[in-house]
Ligand binder design. Structure first.
Ligand code: AMP
Length: 209
């Protein structure tokens, strides 16, 4: 049995058509069930939050997983294989701020609101900038509007959310797509099955694993 962890939200929306193209359909209510059998013998799905996918896969609770490069950058990813860029759920990770916002007063550090504290700290450290990270769990765009932060680090797709909140993108940190990750022990122990799924996914997205 191969267990594939899928990220709820946009990645799930983009993964299901990929799976359907390979002849795999969920055999259960994907909105309600957290562990879902499929129409293919030997493959079950876990439907979990994107940020939990690396943990499930690293511990071997799932053999494989699909999550965003943003989540993997934040997680660190050393305890996982990342064999395939699926090219789905594309967006970018950017720094944004209020249009025409003045810089912070000289006596305090730039405040950055984000749900990615580790990668944000690393990004600003590369620029030798000392920043104060404010960890949030959602709606980052609100933080500069109410004076909680000077800038945000968040995912941007169309840019409509930033625009609607009077924010402008000042820097792109990285382009982001969904990646396939694989548990290191499972890659050895279940090599043939996992290789088979990687090849099918690679064919479905027109890449090479
Ligand atoms: P947009 O208005 O199209 O730029 O989308 C921005 C909003 O959608 C932000 O709240 C992002 O956190 C979220 N978002 C954009 N792209 C993705 C993605 N690929 N996966 C998850 N959330 C995303």
């Amino acid at each position: 049995m191969i267990t594939l962890a899928l990220s709820k939200g946009r990645i799930l929306d983009d993964s299901l058509p990929l799976l359907a193209g390979m002849g795999v359909e969920p055999a259960g209510d994907i909105g309600r069930l957290l562990r879902v059998p499929t129409t293919v013998d030997g493959l079950q799905l876990l439907i979990i939050r994107p940020a939990d996918v690396p943990t499930y896969v690293a511990y071997g609770a799932a053999d494989m997983g699909i999550t965003g490069k943003d989540v993997l950058m934040e997680h660190g990813g050393q305890d996982l294989y990342e064999p395939l860029d699926l090219g789905i759920a594309g967006c970018r990770l950017s720094v944004a701020q209020q249009k025409d916002a003045p810089p912070p007063p000289a006596q305090r550090r730039l405040r950055v609101a984000t749900k990615y504290p580790a990668l944000t700290r690393a990004h600003f450290a590369r620029q030798d900038a000392q920043v104060e990270i404010i960890k949030l769990y959602g709606s980052m765009e609100l933080a500069p509007l109410v004076g909680l932060a000077d800038v945000i680090v968040d995912l941007v797709d169309t840019g409509n959310t930033l625009k609607a909140n009077g924010l402008v993108e000042t820097e792109v940190i990285a382009p982001i797509t969904a990646r396939m990750v694989v548990n290191k022990a499972a890659m050895k122990m279940k090599h043939v099955e996992i290789r088979g799924w990687l090849d099918r996914f690679a064919a479905a997205v027109g890449g090479t694993p």
